[in-house]
Ligand binder design. Structure first.
Ligand SMILES: *Cc1c(COP(=O)(O)O)cnc(C)c1O
Length: 564
């Protein structure tokens, strides 16, 4: 079975996290969901791709809350044997002077059109290895800097060696974020000149050749967000895998910066939205950073009701989502009814999980994402009196969800704060906080709410994708103009903008004004006439779902990066 993939796969896609299915916790947030959507789109489009990641047996974590609204974390293990077959090949990577064995699993992602994509999940939990080395592929983003660096050796160097051992003959490598950038070092060693042919001072590695093989997508618009390792650590762990002078010239003089390494060894580099590419160009002067704006996978992010509606009116939309541009021809009543069904499902889920009773005919604002400071989940609650006053005039309800990284203390504090606001506001604004945000919860939320809220601190949202998912379900966004929304927002047509990329107080004011004067009055409509609102729902589908989808994204990666 694996042979059929080996003969045809020519592009290797590396990602530290990939959201494969809801019951496999090998992702922490948007980066992993994007990687999953990339592979799902590749399956639909039958692209010759092979994905590589770590098996992360212990998963990311499962989230619950205590009575105080504090996040409690549990291991969220999965059994690879249930979803994958063991690979025959094993390779080694050098770690602290010893050979660590890397085996792995083949997971076949089967698309809804029947396309099949191989996903290689690397695993060091083998009897050949010492105790600590066996745990290297257990925890996604776990441990300290040394654990992380070793994981990145397994992913980048181990992954590249594994593909060769399995017999893949690859023409392109794609690094989804910098975690896998050590793969470039393995490629440099493969494309090195024999030492005896070199004159003094001559470069030992064929850097131009390696650059033709590599593509790099950056996702992080802040310098501090990029993985960096001290050369002291690098030399202790990686030894003389590659000489330190070469490494410093490629990855930075003071610390090994994975983003710089990837930038210097990739001919094709892109950011994940137009604005993000601009920010990245300022951050990395001298590099040609292009942009391919992210997209989400149509079949995965459309509720069953809308999928049926699109099937009836726009057959083929799943693989050719451009067809959704014609969604404004679907009858208002059909759009309204299908959305109402999705809303009832969300209300039922909220009732079961949180014991909160939401009203089906009042608007629901949804906010769910990784809980971390720059996403500002508390912006909506900056002035509780104001928020209450708005709710007295135009009643609304709120559903929240999101995990904080176990070591992100500020993110965890935000979760507690949101729970405190929920208690404080409960007699005026019904608020529910759904635990354990995952793919399933995300679909229920983005399809069941009426407005999708996003209030990050600009320009820190590289793209954002959950608003695109909402668009597939006719749910407009109310969002700060950052990331994809700069491209997606047509005021009053696809949703609404918050603020002007300025100070936080201004953003909060702008958010309240939009809610009070524009969004909620439009929802309430004119007597029985809800056509104004439904026009915006259709705008979200026909203008945004038609464009911000993974099929457009992957066709562009093929045409502009892989086939350059
Ligand atoms: C889509 C998704 C994200 C990313 O959403 P953003 O809007 O980019 O923050 C994170 N987690 C889950 C479970 C998702 O489905």
């Amino acid at each position: 079975m694996h042979e059929s993939f080996i003969d045809r796969s020519r592009i290797a896609y590396f990602s530290m996290e990939i959201a494969l299915r809801n019951d496999i916790s090998t992702y922490s947030g948007g980066l992993g969901v994007l990687a999953g959507d990339t592979i799902r789109a590749a399956a639909d489009l039958e692209l010759p791709l092979v994905a590589v990641s770590l098996v992360s047996r212990k998963g990311y974590f499962r989230q619950e809350f205590d009575e105080g609204g504090r996040q409690i974390e549990f291991d969220d293990p999965w059994d690879p044997a249930q979803h994958a077959t063991p690979l025959e090949a094993k390779v080694t990577v050098p770690i602290e002077g010893r050979d660590v064995w890397v085996g792995g699993w083949l997971h076949v992602l089967v698309g809804h059109m029947g396309g099949r994509q191989p996903v290689i999940l690397l695993d060091t939990d083998l009897p050949e290895n010492l105790g600590a080395d066996r745990e290297l592929t257990h925890y996604l983003y776990g441990g300290d800097a040394s654990y992380r660096f070793k994981q990145e050796i397994v992913l980048g160097i181990g992954g590249t060696r594994m593909l060769r051992a399995l017999g893949y003959r690859l023409r392109q490598y794609h690094m989804n974020e910098g975690h896998s950038a050590l793969l470039t070092l393995e490629l440099l060693r493969r494309h090195a000149y024999a030492a005896e042919n070199l004159r003094p001072g001559e470069q030992r590695y064929d850097i131009p050749r390696v650059r033709t093989l590599c593509n790099f997508t950056t996702h992080t618009p802040v310098e501090a967000g990029h993985d960096q390792f001290s050369y002291e650590l690098v030399q202790r762990v990686l030894g003389d895998f590659i000489d330190i002078a070469t490494l410093q010239s490629l990855a930075g003089p003071e610390r090994l910066n994975m983003t710089h390494l990837a930038l210097n060894l990739s001919e094709y580099v892109n950011g994940v939205a137009k604005r993000h590419a601009e920010v990245s160009r300022l951050m990395f002067p001298g590099y040609h950073v292009r942009s391919i704006t992210n997209g989400v996978h149509p079949a995965s992010w459309t509720s069953a009701g809308f999928a049926k509606l699109y099937d009836a009116h726009l057959p083929g939309w799943c693989c050719e989502p451009e067809l959704l541009a014609r969604a404004d021809r679907i009858a208002d009543a059909a759009i309204r009814d299908v959305h109402q069904q999705a809303k009832e499902r969300l209300i039922e889920r909220v009732r079961a999980a949180c014991g909160v009773a939401l009203q089906p005919h009042r608007p629901i604002l949804g906010f769910a994402r990784r809980m971390t400071a720059y996403k500002r989940p508390d912006l909506l609650f900056s002035d509780l009196d104001r928020l209450k006053a708005i709710a007295r005039r135009h009643p609304f309800q709120i559903v929240l969800a999101g995990k904080a990284h176990p070591r992100d203390d500020e993110g965890k504090r935000l979760i507690e704060t949101l729970h405190a606001h929920r208690r404080e506001l409960h007699d005026v604004i019904p608020i529910a906080f759904l635990p354990n945000y995952d793919l399933d919860t995300a679909l229920t939320l983005v399809s069941g709410v009426d407005v999708w809220l996003n209030t990050p601190l600009c320009p820190l949202e590289a793209s954002g994708t959950s608003g695109m998912k909402a668009a597939f379900n006719g749910v407009p966004s109310l969002s700060v103009l950052d990331g994809w929304w700069i491209e997606g927002c047509i005021e009053g047509v696809t949703g609404w903008a918050v603020g002007n990329c300025g100070a936080s107080e201004d953003d909060a004011q702008s958010l309240y004004e939009k809610l009070e004067n524009v969004v909620l009055p439009l929802y309430d409509g004119n007597g029985d006439d809800r056509s104004g609102w439904i026009a915006v729902m259709k705008g979200a589908i026909s203008k945004n779902a038609a464009y911000f989808n993974s099929h457009r994204m992957m066709r562009r990666y093929v045409a502009e990066a892989y086939m350059r």
